[in-house]
Design a protein around this ligand. Structure first.
Ligand code: SAH
Length: 273
């Protein structure tokens, strides 16, 4: 469904994610943006209706026991939050009518995290934390000292993508973080595209307080964190060329997933996104 076709669409400023009920004037009890929201991709919307499939449908119908006539928020992962009235509600398929829509612009710069591949369960945590804290993409990095991609099944990548979607709705964000297939360090720049700044976490780096913010005010900022064994000097050099900065997160040696979350959060704060 195009933006123009959306009923009572409300345009809001960059990075602003206000409450839904007030803006739409529909008298919902759910006037805060912290009400539970659900994810359905843009293609699930058509002609003012949304059809939500599992696992969200099961959660809505079987766990939360929502019924026709109930309202909920459905986000499309591309900046729209819809107020939806349920009209049919069974596990496997929940259908609703869109009663109102808010749209926000994507925050700029877009913050990504590229992290050396770690044990799958630890990577689950990394994806969840970084997505909650505002990372728009997670790139698992193949490095000299990381696990190889062989242990990463398609099912595990799917799981990380589901975790990212859950973290988006959990944190009331409107943009679905993408989880990329694992790439080698030398391919990261290609995946990240142009106009990118790299911020590489290493205890030998400068304090984040000294980071040159003008140097990271690009379209995209990629927070890079090494695997359990750390980056090699060659990998650090490659990540810093041509537009990277090496930053320390303090004297404590953090696990990869902790360092990733800390770096994402501190960069989000500095970049005001
Ligand atoms: N065994 C490695 C530590 C790896 S920790 C070593 O001794 O060097 C995993 C990654 O987390 C590191 O590669 C780095 O990117 C990040 N990290 C952990 N603690 C950090 C800190 N205090 N400052 C900056 N980066 C840190």
């Amino acid at each position: 469904m195009s933006a123009a076709a959306l009923p009572r669409s409300v345009r809001l400023g960059e990075g602003v994610q206000p409450g839904c009920g007030t803006a739409l004037g529909v008298g919902m009890e759910s006037s805060s943006r912290f009400v539970e929201s659900f994810y359905a991709p843009p293609e699930a919307f058509d002609a003012g209706r949304v059809v939500i499939g599992d696992p969200e449908a099961r959660h809505i119908a079987a766990v939360l026991r929502r019924k026709p006539g109930d309202f909920l928020h459905v986000v499309d992962g591309e900046g729209a939050r819809h107020l939806v009235e349920l009209i049919d509600c069974v596990p496997g398929r929940v259908t609703g009518e869109v009663r109102g829509t808010e749209r926000v612009e994507a925050p700029v710069p877009e913050l990504w995290v590229a992290a050396g591949l770690i044990r799958a369960t630890r990577m689950d945590t990394l994806v969840e934390r970084c997505a909650e804290l505002g990372a728009r993409a997670v790139v698992p990095l193949l490095t000299s000292r990381s696990l190889s991609a062989n242990g990463i099944s398609a099912a595990r990548l799917d799981r990380w993508r589901r975790i990212a979607a859950g973290a988006m709705t959990q944190s009331a964000r409107l943009f679905l973080p993408r989880v990329h297939d694992p790439v080698g360090v030398r391919f990261l720049a290609g995946v990240a595209g142009g106009d990118v700044a790299f911020v590489v976490a290493d205890p030998s780096g400068a304090s984040l307080a000294e980071i040159r913010l003008d140097g990271v005010k690009r379209r995209r900022v990629v927070a890079c964190v090494g695997p359990e064994g750390g980056f090699t000097p060659e990998e650090i050099l490659r990540l810093l060329t041509p537009s990277g900065q090496l930053v320390s997160l303090g004297w404590a040696r953090l696990r990869t997933e902790t360092a990733a979350a800390a770096l994402v959060d501190r960069l989000a704060f500095l970049l005001k996104i």
